[in-house]
Design a protein around this ligand. Structure first.
Ligand SMILES: Cc1cc2nc3c(=O)[nH]c(=O)nc-3n(C[C@H](O)[C@H](O)[C@H](O)COP(=O)(O)O)c2cc1C
Length: 191
């Protein structure tokens, strides 16, 4: 009988020991990735991105959460630099654009737009986690949707919601690279 208490004791010790399971639950690298990103612009440089890395970045997008798990997005990877350069000017060779699109126009399909926003953010963060620079753009969306849908081969009925530019970057100090943010005191209410 006495023997059977041993595993229970060991489990309890693991659970309640100071710092016990905490180390397993803490993922400092994931947290740092979320809070230290910045939108690259002037420090993009030329250089290729491997197909493997592109797919890792895309997997981050497809793992994003969506309302009722509808996954309404489509990702169009623009590697053709002539085409990419007509959408976002001044891109060094090797920079790519990932266009996130969905059916609907944002008025009748609200959750899908939010879903695409979440996928966009995951793509943006994954690129930086892999050591690339990235930047989200919505400025070119009107032009993309009025002039580039056919050339990009967007799925029928889709509109582009956002695009993420990904490329190699000249390393800069990430802590000072991002623009200032408001403070918690400015934007948080506790009730
Ligand atoms: C939804 C969204 C749309 C954006 N559209 C553009 C854009 O059209 N052109 C651009 O240069 N940057 C664009 N950005 C990048 C933002 O300007 C940038 O992320 C923001 O200023 C924060 O910069 P930081 O990461 O350096 O702090 C966009 C960002 C987001 C989230």
């Amino acid at each position: 009988m006495k023997k059977s208490f041993l595993p229970v004791f060991v489990l309890a010790a693991l659970l309640f020991a100071p710092g016990g399971l905490e180390a397993q639950e803490l993922n400092q690298a994931a947290y740092d990735n979320i809070i230290t990103h910045y939108a690259a612009r002037n420090n993009f440089i030329s250089g290729t991105i491997s197909r493997g890395d592109i797919e890792k970045i895309l997997v981050a997008g497809l793992r994003a959460p969506s309302a009722s798990n509808r996954q309404p997005w489509h990702f169009t990877v623009v590697q053709n630099s002539a085409l990419a350069g007509r959408i976002v000017s001044g891109m060094p060779d090797g920079n790519i654009l990932i266009v996130v699109s969905s059916s609907g126009d944002g008025r009748t399909n609200g959750p899908a737009i939010l879903d695409c926003g979440l996928a966009t953010e995951s793509i943006y963060l994954a690129a930086q986690a892999l050591g690339y620079g990235s930047r989200i753009y919505t400025g070119p969306m009107n032009t993309v949707n009025s002039q580039f849908k056919a050339e990009l081969g967007l799925p029928a009925g889709h509109n582009a919601v956002a695009l993420v530019r990904v490329g190699r970057v000249q390393k800069i100090d990430a802590a000072s690279a991002a623009s200032a943010r408001k403070s918690l005191g400015d934007i948080v209410t506790y009730k």
